[in-house]
Design a protein around this ligand. Structure first.
Ligand code: C2E
Ligand code: CA
Ligand code: CA
Ligand code: CA
Length: 279
């Protein structure tokens, strides 16, 4: 079947080979990107639906490649994971976002929570807890001002193992969010066992909110149940006023999405935060 496929789809295979070559090249470029300072962190505001204030920001990694320009994290994060590089890149993001946030707090800007993504691979390193503690000590960021986002898919792989790890991370005093909620095969039933503070509803549900009454009901149930468990709920990928109104109606706590702001440079985020300064 393989050789038949090859002769029937030569273009496809040629494209595949080119793509594979590109990926190998991109992976070796990743090794140099850290030293060459091609990475940066952008910040996407999270807005409280009750007050309308920015109450948090998700730190998102950006890579400016010397030839290709901006490379999407959706493309290079998996490469960084398979090569093991995500451990040092992830720690760099954590340190960068933590020291930046600390500086903003010092400046007297309104309080906000900074959220940093942890990849499954980082969660599997034995030294994660020590590394997070190291970064907190070094940057002087108050642990309560840091939230770590962990995907639902990772947590679901081994709930009892995840529970042990999350308890250890929680003991540092940081907050924990479950990311991309709804994309894995989970029921809400196990949530009460996990020491999490925040649940982020995946963008795919927000997209369907207006069109599908089933999705609407599902999101309502997720929000109600989360609140019963004392969790804050963040809706991801909010792009329209209609979505915002529906989420407010459902008592969702916070929104994140292009409707309010895309991820922006540190300078631009600082300006947004400073605008709501209360004297
Ligand atoms: P994520 O953690 O689910 O992050 C949210 C993604 O949704 C971001 O994409 C953000 O730019 C995008 N987004 C936000 N609002 C909207 C919206 O209204 N509409 C649409 N269509 N998209 C929106 P981004 O920055 O390209 O990151 C993609 C993924 O790459 C992230 O998904 C996360 O899984 C991963 N990633 C990014 N930075 C890091 C990092 O520092 N560490 C790790 N481990 N993963 C990261
Ligand atoms: Ca995230
Ligand atoms: Ca997400
Ligand atoms: Ca996602």
């Amino acid at each position: 079947a393989k050789s038949r496929g090859r002769s029937f789809y030569p273009r496809y295979h040629q494209a595949m080979n080119e793509r594979r070559r590109d990926l190998v090249r991109l992976q070796s470029d990743l090794y140099r990107a850290l030293e060459c300072e091609q990475f940066s962190v952008v910040y996407q505001p999270k807005v409280c639906l009750q007050s309308g204030n920015i109450v948090g920001a998700e730190a998102l990694l950006r890579w400016q490649h010397e030839e290709h320009g901006a490379v999407s994290p959706a493309e290079f994060i998996p490469l960084a994971e398979s090569s093991g590089l995500i451990e040092s890149i992830g720690e760099w993001v954590l340190a960068s976002a933590s020291s930046q946030s600390r500086a903003w707090h010092e400046e007297g800007l309104p309080p906000f929570l900074v959220s940093v993504n942890l990849s499954g691979r980082q969660l599997q390193m034995g030294s994660l807890v020590e590394r997070v503690r190291f970064v907190l000590d070094n940057t002087g960021l108050d642990p309560e001002q840091l939230e770590l986002e962990v995907t639902e898919t990772f947590l679901m792989q081994d709930i009892s193992q995840s529970l042990i790890l999350l308890e250890e991370i929680k003991a540092l005093g940081v907050r924990l969010a479950i990311d991309d909620f709804g994309t894995g095969y989970s029921s809400l039933n196990y949530l009460h066992r996990l020491p999490i503070d925040t649940l982020k509803i995946d963008r795919s549900f927000i997209v369907d909110l207006e069109r599908s009454s089933e999705t609407y009901d599902l999101v309502r149930n997720v929000i109600h149940m989360s609140h019963d468990l004392g969790l804050r709920v963040v809706a991801e990928g909010v792009e329209t006023q209609v979505q915002l109104d529906m989420l407010r109606e459902l008592a969702c706590d916070e929104i994140q999405g292009y409707y309010f702001s895309p991820p922006v440079s540190p300078e631009a985020f600082r300006r947004l935060l400073a605008q709501q300064r209360v004297f």
